[in-house]
Design a protein around this ligand. Sequence first.
Ligand SMILES: [Zn+2]
Length: 329
Amino acid sequence: MAGGCSNARDPVRCRGMFGSTDTASPDALRWCARGVLLFLALAPCSGGAAPFVEPLAPGVYLHIGKHHPVQSPHRHDIANIGFVIGARCIAVIDTGGSADLGKRLLAAIRQVSTLPICYVINTHVHFDHVLGNAAFTDTTAQFAGHVQLAGAFRGSLEFFREEFTAELGDAQLIKPELLVEDKLQLDLGNRILILQAWAPAHTDHDLTVLDLHTRTLWTGDLLFRERLPIIDSSLRGWLGVMESLGTLDAQRVIPGHGTVSEQGWQAASADQSRYLSMLLRETRQQIAIGTFLGEAAAVIGQAERDRWELFDAVHPTNVNRSYRELEWE
Ligand SMILES: [Zn+2]
């Protein structure tokens, strides 16, 4: 993520993204100029912090979360969150892991646009994606999510209040009212977002957002890059959903955690596909030869250890869940 005095390189990045300035469309050039101005406005050359959001494409802005463990005091800022601007209004996609981070996102939106916020979309209920909702209660936004998300909120309320007291403060946790059973089309004004609800995978209520205008897919935690994926619902389900995600017309892929890919779904998800496929294969093998659950994590997937952030913190839990899912096949 660029910041500080490195802003000068952004015109170069703009040319690289759209070809030469001779061939780039007026829309692309206008956006590039606007992006450079935003960077200059948000990150003056004072050695200060990086800007909170980065313009990725026309009207698409992203804040990249960092790979802190969930025990870290910085755990509120681990997920990718952002927003999409249409001609009429703005949609926010995930709000971060604290009320304060949600406020920073709202402030970043207001530095870019004064249009109303019409939707706050949550990709799933995990704390790092929803606790910032509180910052948007005074906006006109409708809160949207998977049809199972409202129940997941109810089921998580007590856990959030106990485990994330500091992150929540005295803010209210906002539940979704616009529920997606299959697909839902949202019109931001000359800009259509397709919200799609998925079968159990990372969680039992994962939702993706596809911006048709820029072919940008926000995956929520259906995709992790660099940071080890966490299975909270179904390994087999997740692998099935990943196949379906490959059929969407997406070029730019924004994972729930990790770096953005401009190379489409197959390239973006190659590492996660390899890890989850290995987990399925090796867990089945260990079950077949009678390895006990308590011993399985030490022998399954060790070739993956050096390829991921937070492997040791997450992998044993993944093996545990996979074993329990697969042992009665
Ligand atoms: Zn997450």
